[in-house]
Design a protein around this ligand. Sequence first.
Ligand SMILES: [Zn+2]
Length: 237
Amino acid sequence: MPTRMLQTLTHGIMKMTREEIESTGDLHFSNTIETPLRADAFDTSDDDKIKNIQHHFAEIMKELGLDVTDDSLSGTPYRVAKMYVKELFYGLNPKNRPKTSIFENKYQYKKILVEQNITINSSCEHHFLPIVGTAHVGYIPKGRVIGLSKINRLVDYYAHRPQVQERLCLQILKDLQQTLETEDVIVVIQAKHLCVSSRGIKDKSSFTTTIEYRGKFMEPATRKEFFSIVNKPFDVS
Ligand SMILES: [Zn+2]
């Protein structure tokens, strides 16, 4: 291994061996529900983050041998930096969490409510490659209900972080439990990971399913009801 690469790999923040780094990427497992963030994560403004990432991404491109003065490439570091901060990873910053309007459950709806086929656009935190798929969310209302599109917005917010699918599932579940003041929530995500389909094993057809549930969804009959709704083909006609 070139000395410089070895220095980078062993430099302070990166204490894992190359083998450990590679196998962690395959595990797609996280041991905490919280996204690991630095204490000073948001001390820097978005504009300064974009400026800094732009600089570092240009260095990566140069290291790869690219001529960043070329007309076609000169704007790439800025585009990537802006895309990271404002689009792909906007969900890292708690100030971007969508405002969830909560309503009193006046009509006393007490059965399962399912919001399904919610688009998942996320990024794998081990390779920074896309995770694309769908989420299905169900809950049984108690005293509070949520605007339907707010569920989609919450899913979108948590997806727009470097993620592992298991954690994404749990973060959505936990937020909805707190927001709706009910234990009775289920979250299912089915997604394709480009780090599996476009590199490594290069399996184009496989996808990953994660299911997390609490409260009444621990009962098999309630889960069965949820899945019978989710699995039914949608037909408006
Ligand atoms: Zn990955």
